[in-house]
Design a protein around this ligand. Structure first.
Ligand code: TXA
Ligand code: MG
Length: 331
């Protein structure tokens, strides 16, 4: 079973224990402001392979490489002026930039899936401190079995992967609750590869220009190869934009509008009674897990506004509701 060390019990103990496991080429579950990550040394092929084995991920996708700061990131990637401005403004924070990989970078091709680009982000808090201490970038996807809902607490990680990893660092519940926004700058244009913890509106306001969303649905999936259509899949079937709850369903609500059949729902969880999208994002994965664990046959989710963090919430909900194969696996 995994050892769990709470950061509250001493930052040094957590950093030292995590560094020992990382130096052995093994993965450690770490808290970030978005979701818990399954982190390993991005320069060590055996360590990266163990991330895939632990998650049961069927194939190698490019992983986000986490850095301590912009200075470290610049050792591995070339920054155009706009990417640098975005990094200076939004890092540390829930923003990933896809950038040209420097030929001299020692990030292993298994972490970038052999691409000549690399996805980089500088996380807030513990993980940034850990990377500074460890001295090398950490590749880290979310710390969950492939296709399942991302973890936002140490208990989520332990329930899912506790039998397979040595150590979980417990930093409490993740503040943002959805993964980072992924951007790629091309010809001076900002392209959105994945909506996430920084809203498109915030990026546009800062950059003073429009962010290009994928023109054809699914384009971003090809562009950002790790993004399978069905993902974040609970066991129960997920129904979106509901106006009423069916029998045997759990309800995931938002705001104050009453929903017909609510009183008979297996369980009612409100992402944010006040209608706050940041609060809803922080609660999303935990509530989907709880609704799933209630034994309900279905999870009915009301319409979530599609602006601000709602865009990332709706992206994850569409994936959670996507069709699966006969065994119930992500397609
Ligand atoms: O919030 C987050 O970003 C979390 C936490 C743990 O930091 N991490 C995360 O990492 O979601 P990961 O490795 O699962 O994200 C991988 C996704 C890929 O599926 C792909 O969409 C995109 O990042 N990506 C990474 N490198 C890329 C590249 N070179 N080109 C295009 N997309 C890339
Ligand atoms: Mg994930």
């Amino acid at each position: 079973m995994a050892r769990i060390i709470a950061i509250g019990s001493g930052m040094d103990e957590a950093i030292n224990a995590a560094s020992v496991i990382l130096a052995l080429g093994r993965p450690v579950a770490i808290p970030t402001e978005t979701v818990y990550g399954l982190a390993a040394d991005a320069t060590n092929p055996a360590a990266i392979t163990s991330i895939y084995q632990t998650k049961g991920r069927p194939r190698f996708n490019p992983l986000i490489c986490h850095m301590a700061n912009l200075e470290m990131a610049e050792q591995h990637a070339d920054f155009d002026p706009l990417s640098r401005r975005l990094a200076e403004h939004f890092w540390p924070g829930p923003l990933t930039l896809v950038l040209p990989l420097k030929p001299e970078s020692d990030i292993h091709p298994l972490a970038t899936a052999g691409l000549d680009s690399v996805g980089i982000r500088v996380p807030v808090g513990f993980t940034g401190d850990l990377i500074r201490h460890f001295g090398r970038p950490l590749a880290a996807p979310s710390a969950n079995s492939s296709g399942k809902i991302s973890p936002t607490t140490a208990a989520h990680v332990d329930d899912d992967l506790g039998g397979k990893i040595d150590l979980v660092i417990d930093g409490g519940a993740c503040e943002v609750g959805v993964e980072s926004t992924i951007l790629k700058i091309e010809d001076g244009q900002i392209r959105l590869l994945r909506p996430g913890g920084v809203s498109v509106e915030a990026i546009e306001a800062f950059a003073g220009m429009a962010v290009e969303r994928p023109k054809v649905a699914g384009t971003a999936i090809i562009e950002a190869p790790g993004m399978l259509a069905s993902h974040y899949a609970p066991n129960a079937t997920v129904r979106l934009n509901v106006t009423s709850v069916a029998k045997e369903e759990a309800l995931v609500a938002f705001g104050a509008t009453p929903i017909s059949g609510e009183a008979d729902a297996v369980m009612v969880l409100n992402l944010s009674p006040a209608g706050d999208l940041a609060e809803a994002a922080a609660n999303l994965f935990d509530y989907l897990k709880r609704a799933d664990a209630s034994g309900a046959q279905g999870i009915a989710v009301v319409t979530i506004p599609d602006h601000g963090l709602g865009e990332a919430i709706n992206d994850r909900l569409v994936r959670a509701a996507a069709p699966r194969d006969a065994e119930g696996n992500s397609a």
